[in-house]
Ligand binder design. Structure first.
Ligand code: AMP
Length: 281
């Protein structure tokens, strides 16, 4: 596996591969790899010829009081794991390669970024959309792989790619979980033993909602109450726990087809998110 730090070298490597007729897969990440990241890399490996993983802790998607400085970083370990997963290129640029002096452009996707995580993390999705647009411009992937754990992020990136005619397919990949159901996240490293145990309530809350729906409760108030009870038991006050359209994040009062139930909560030192797609069969 090659490690590339400059955008010029990254472009050159893609050009060489394209001349050979290779398709290009991109997995954008902020590092601190876990099995969730690796599942995206393996899927890219199975579907595209040149697999590029970007490792960039993007400063513009962190708010002023967020964990940019504390965000876990271990490039050497990440490089080993990416190589094992069959990645061809780890693109790990320094900040000034992505945001050189004079950088003045922001990509803003409106509407769907106002709710859920966008409501409490102003500017977050501008940072995400801008850096993903940059990465698409540098790597020119045929397919880009994103985790469904960040369901709103997938929608934002899809909308951006569609609106700006970016010739890339956005592939959403299933949420990878710990044995006890906790969605894997680099931020799980912030959890102490007590918080780690309490954190399982997020997934259990989503399962309680699934169970309520299976028992015929299709109203938003009912499925949310079922989930809320589990969070209450664990002493977790959610930042949000909402039922929304999985297509455009419009609020839903009633589940008729599919619905996204999304939760965010601070547990101990970590802000965690999780979600499930509920479906009336
Ligand atoms: P991050 O490094 O946290 O920005 O994540 C990089 C990519 O991995 C994003 O597309 C995430 O949605 C995805 N990802 C993170 N955690 C998981 C998980 N538990 N399962 C599947 N994908 C994940």
């Amino acid at each position: 596996m090659q490690i590339i730090r400059s955008t010029a070298q990254m472009r050159a490597a893609v050009r060489v591969a394209r001349d050979r007729g290779a398709s290009v897969g991109l997995v954008p990440t902020m590092g601190a790899f876990h099995a969730g990241h690796l599942s995206l890399m393996r899927q890219a490996r199975g579907e595209t010829n040149l697999v590029v993983v970007s490792l960039f802790v993007n400063p513009t998607q962190f708010g002023p009081n967020e964990d940019l400085a504390a965000y876990p970083r271990d490039e050497q370990r990440d490089a080993g794991l990416a190589a094992e997963a069959g990645v061809d290129i780890l693109f790990a640029p320094p900040v000034d390669q992505i945001y050189p002096d004079g950088f003045a452009t922001t990509v803003h996707v409106s509407g769907i970024t106002d709710v859920l995580c966008g409501a409490t993390r102003p500017g977050h999705f501008d940072g995400v959309a801008t850096v993903v647009a940059k990465l698409f411009g540098i790597v020119t992937p045929d397919v880009a792989y994103f985790g469904q754990k960040d369901a709103q992020q997938v929608l934002v990136v899809r909308r951006m790619a569609r609106d700006l005619d970016m010739p890339v397919r956005i592939q959403a990949c299933p949420i990878v979980r710990e044995d006890d159901g906790l969605a894997m996240s680099s931020r799980n490293a912030y959890l102490d033993a007590t918080a780690r145990t309490r954190a399982t309530a997020l997934r259990r809350a989503l399962v309680a909602a699934e169970t309520a729906l299976a028992a015929g409760h299709t109203r938003a108030t009912e499925v949310i109450a079922a989930a809320r009870a589990v969070l209450d038991d664990a002493g977790i006050e959610p930042e949000y726990l909402e039922l929304r359209s999985p297509d455009d994040l419009a609020p839903l009062d009633e589940i008729t087809g599919t619905a996204l139930l999304a939760v965010a909560a601070r547990v101990g030192a970590a802000r965690l998110i999780d979600n499930t797609i509920l479906e009336v069969r």
